[in-house]
Design a protein. Structure first.
Length: 278
């Protein structure tokens, strides 16, 4: 399955840090059995998780800070030579391991000149996706589960229920701050989505959408219809609502209690992530 990674947002809530640095490139702690505690960019942690899930074909949707992302995801074996000279074997092995994953992957970059909505970012991946089902993963959303079980369940639900759209859901305490869905249970942990509201004042459920989805290529037809009705910015949520009007099959897979979503959207949540992962 192909994967589209969105890395074009401005990250305004983390300014001034994100003026030149994409928030997806901010460091977090990653714990390795072999190497212990390592600092990695958020986007690298996501990429390595997807690589473990056997995904090898990626398209990064990038904004004005394209250079930092593209350079990081391009192997630079001069770094390995420098580490060998200074006999920093641990760091040499860490970088070799990352570069080997990059070499085994096909990675392309698509530019979004202006941040005019999540829907616009996705539409720019149309040529890369072609006529295939694909995984869309926000570059700042991390879910921690055993053996990537959340992705397995997402793909299984998408296939089993012949859905056009499948997304991950999280039960939250403050649903007024999220895009929230409501519907009926198809099976344990899988919801058929019948309604969606963006930051509702009176939410009908506490199932918040996580920006990790699987789509059929028909999503591009929906996005095109939304785009034609929009003066400038258009969002994925608009395409969702259009899909619901058309009675398209949409399912949500609910995170288990022992699974964790990492939120880096604000200085407060980012600081908690740094502490909790150490």
């Amino acid at each position: 399955m192909k994967c589209v990674l969105t890395v074009a947002g401005l990250g305004t809530r983390l300014l001034p840090l994100t003026k030149e640095l994409p928030k997806e490139m901010l460091p977090i702690y990653d714990i390795s059995k072999e190497y212990g505690l390592i600092l990695k960019p958020i986007l690298q942690v996501i990429f390595e998780s997807l690589f473990e899930y056997k995904i090898r074909n990626y398209c990064f949707i990038v904004g004005k800070t394209k250079r930092a992302v593209q350079e990081h995801f391009t192997p630079d074996y001069d770094i390995i030579k420098e580490l060998q000279k200074t006999k920093k074997k641990k760091l040499e092995n860490i970088m070799k391991n990352f570069f080997e994953k990059l070499d085994k992957s096909s990675i392309s970059f698509t530019y979004q000149p202006k941040p005019i909505g999540f829907g616009d970012a996705i539409e720019r991946s149309k040529q890369f996706v072609g006529n295939e089902d694909f995984l869309l993963h926000a570059g700042d959303d991390i879910v921690i589960s055993k053996n990537n079980d959340h992705l397995k369940r997402l793909e299984n639900a998408f296939t089993k229920h012949n859905a056009e759209i499948a997304c991950l859901l999280e039960e939250v305490d403050n649903p007024t701050q999220y895009g929230v869905v409501n519907g009926k249970m198809l099976e344990k942990g899988v919801l058929e989505i019948l309604e969606m509201e963006e930051k509702p004042e009176k939410p009908k459920s506490n199932y918040a959408i996580i920006a990790i989805y699987i789509f059929k290529p028909s999503i591009f037809q929906l996005l095109n219809k939304v785009k034609k009705k929009s003066n400038l910015e258009f969002q994925l949520a608009d395409a969702f609502n259009l899909a619901l009007k058309k009675k398209s099959k949409m399912v949500g897979v609910i995170l288990k209690k022992n699974e964790k979503r990492i939120d880096i959207g604000t200085p407060e949540t980012y600081s908690k992530v740094l502490v909790s992962l150490k």
